[in-house]
Write a protein that binds this ligand. Structure first.
Ligand code: SAM
Length: 303
């Protein structure tokens, strides 16, 4: 696994142009326009993201399919929105993480990299095709075997047996309405209320089990690429009604990775405003995330 700094150095050595840090994508695009205006050359540009320091931002037109660091798993292509869950979960090196719906493994590998490939990430998925793909990608990318893949329905996993797990990612199947093209379909109301209800039921059951059975977990990130409140704020609200004595929703409006961020959840819900949204106006696909932290009693023990 290569560090972000070493990757940036490699990119520059390979002919990419690293532009000075920008505070917005508009600034990034303006700098490119100035630069190309002066130099009249066809070059590839990147910046280090101004929210997430292990994310590099490229123009959408940049081609990677023949680029060695992409082919050997050192460089992963992912929408910026999907990079937030790792930073919100923020497991330090040597911690133990459980990724409940992990395939194709993008967030799993981001978590492993964030932990500097030290510790353990359990990565579960029930879909054999997606699982096999994840296994291949994990084998390609990781050096030290920090990720342990498990082909299983998450509801068949005995969560209480994983007493070493401290951090859990819940990134369940969802309506995908945050992905731009699908949002258009959604606006045409072609996703049925019944389908949303079923998905929300699954999401709520899974999150509830995680809150109940992973007894040593201190932080959970729940995320979807949906922009439907039923799958997002409503699920969090239902969980708080059931588990509010042990868990609280972290207020992400003050999170260090989100300085200057504009979009949070709906105030219609008691905890909505504490949750994160990414939208196309953030140069991201639509995405939702909430962080649940375990409450501690005055003796410092789990409540
Ligand atoms: N976290 C993944 C990533 O970043 O690459 C994306 C996960 S995708 C949104 C949801 C995944 O949940 C799918 O791969 C699906 O197969 C898996 N899934 C759905 N129901 C499941 C279940 N009951 N048990 C385990 N995995 C499940």
């Amino acid at each position: 696994m290569i560090s972000t700094e070493d990757l940036m150095e490699k990119l520059v050595n390979d002919g990419f142009v690293q532009l000075p840090n920008a505070n917005s994508y508009d600034e990034f695009l303006n700098t490119i326009a100035e630069y190309t205006g002066r130099n009249q050359v066809d070059e590839e540009y990147f910046i280090q993201d101004f929210h997430l320091n292990d994310v590099l931002v490229f123009l959408q037109s940049t081609q990677f399919h023949n680029y060695a660091p992409y082919k050997n798993g050192s460089l992963f292509l992912q929408d910026k929105a999907s990079c937030f869950p790792t930073h919100l979960l923020s497991p330090p090196p040597h911690s133990v993480v459980f990724d409940t719906c992990a395939a194709p493994g993008n967030k799993t590998l981001h978590l492993a990299a964030y932990m500097q490939n030290q510790g353990k990430v359990y990565a579960v998925d029930k879909d054999p095709k997606r699982y096999n793909y994840m296994k291949e990608v994990v084998e390609l990318a990781q050096g030290s075997g920090v990720v342990s893949t498990i082909l299983s329905d998450i509801f068949d996993i005995k969560m209480a047996d994983y007493t070493d797990v401290e951090y859990v990612l819940v990134d369940p199947s969802c309506s995908g309405t945050g992905i731009t093209e699908r949002a258009k379909i959604d606006n045409n109301a072609s996703i049925s209320a019944g389908r949303i209800r079923n998905l929300a039921g699954f999401q709520r059951d899974l999150l509830s089990r995680v809150c109940t059975y992973f007894t040593h977990v201190k932080r959970i990130v729940y995320c979807t690429c949906s922009v439907r409140e039923e799958e997002n704020e409503q699920v969090v609200e239902d969980i708080m009604v059931k588990h509010g004595d042990c868990w609280e929703v972290e207020d992400l409006t003050h999170h260090p990775a989100l300085v200057g961020w504009k979009h949070f959840g709906s105030e219609k819900y008691a905890h909505g405003r504490r949750c994160f949204y990414a939208l196309p106006s953030d140069y991201c696909t639509g995405f939702f995330a909430a962080v649940l932290t375990r409450k501690y009693d005055s003796s410092g023990k789990n409540s």
